[in-house]
Ligand binder design. Sequence first.
Ligand SMILES: [Cu+2]
Length: 257
Amino acid sequence: MAACVTALLTSGCSGRQAYENAFGLGWPKPKTIEAQTMYDVWLGTVAAAAAVGLAMYVLIAWTVIRDRKKSDELPRQVRYNLPIEVLYTVVPFVIIAVLFFYTAVGENKVNKLTKNPDVTIGVVGFQWNWQFNYVNDKVQVTGAPAAGQEAQLVIPVDKRIRFIETSPDVIHSFWVPDFLFKRDVIPGRLNSFEITPTAVGTYTGRCAELCGEKHDRMNFTVKVVTEQVYQDYITTLKADPNAAANALSAAIPTGSN
Ligand SMILES: [Cu+2]
């Protein structure tokens, strides 16, 4: 933050950048279009909370100083003061209404399903790993950590990706922290959502629902790659799943972001 404030004073950072650096508050920078929406709602909520907090501290400081004990007489009481009571009621209502509005708008945007997504991925969360089905190409990858096979999901950048999730056993939750999104994977139900990744990179995925003894092993990797790398990957995956993983790590070294 200090660096950005300095940069803001001297030249560089835009106001928004300085604001994000100061108030990101632990949230990773969004890597999908949908994540940006949630990030904006989060920043707005934090800003509203900070403004309310600041106003409270100022009022408390003001009254502590102004009304500090000067005599045994009670200070002037303001109960049954109608204008102040109306203000107490109206201001929080306005704050909640505005927050509710932006949350609902953001939620609708994030939950929106399009008619023709570019890629559809069937996600099966099971005790205790993940299977990713490339529905359009009829190929799949199943994670088996004990056998040294990591669950790896490869998706193309700037394309609309639909996920359809289910589970054969208990509730899991598909979570990629960098996408600022998780959705429960529920037995007997198909949960869908869509994302549009905007940044090529390697991201960690996790199960975010305590699902049993080896819940902590349910990690996976998401690789967001260019369209060409994606097509090559699918072609090799159809021919030989092991070769596909190797060819991919040659194309994008692990850890690149
Ligand atoms: Cu799980």
